[in-house]
Design a protein around this ligand. Structure first.
Ligand SMILES: [Cu+2]
Length: 153
């Protein structure tokens, strides 16, 4: 390649750097996810569907909860309860925003992990829940199998 001008134009370089910086979206701080108070409701006699609950605390930047898995369930969906035509219904959420410096509380009657194909759970048993976050990757916590505290999931 033939060099036309060996002298670097620093003014132009500076301008390009500024333009690049302006185009870069504001960098969100790293999320700091902590999982706690996890429990799984002991399924009602003979049923293989139940709810899982926990608290997701985030002391850092925003993140997104994508999915959840556990060795004791064939499938887990993220669910919320919504009022529809005067009736409380469950709805699946594809992904759930975890606000920066905020927390999400999964509890009966609200957000819950809907667990399908659950078998052989006993009271007091500890089971692992694995949550997949967009930025934080996989995070796991131990959940205790407990009795239904209120109606609903
Ligand atoms: Cu549900």
């Amino acid at each position: 390649m033939k060099q036309i001008n060996t002298k670097t134009n620093w003014g132009l370089v500076g301008l390009l750097v500024l333009l690049l910086a302006a185009c870069t979206p504001a960098i969100e701080p790293t999320p700091e996810i902590a999982l706690s108070k996890a429990w799984v409701r002991l399924p009602a006699g003979g049923r293989d569907v139940t709810g899982g609950y926990l608290v997701i605390e985030n002391r850092g930047g925003a993140d997104v909860l994508l999915s959840a898995t556990s060795s004791i369930a064939e499938e887990i969906e993220l669910h919320e309860h919504v009022m529809e035509d005067g009736m409380m219904k469950m709805r699946e959420i594809s992904d759930l925003n975890v606000p920066k410096k905020g927390q999400l509380v999964f509890a009966p009657g609200g957000l819950h992990l809907m667990m399908f194909g659950v078998t052989d759970l006993s009271l007091g048993q500890e089971v692992e829940l694995v949550l997949q976050f967009e930025r934080s990757g996989k995070r796991s916590t131990m959940a205790v199998v407990g009795k239904q505290l209120t109606s609903g999931h």
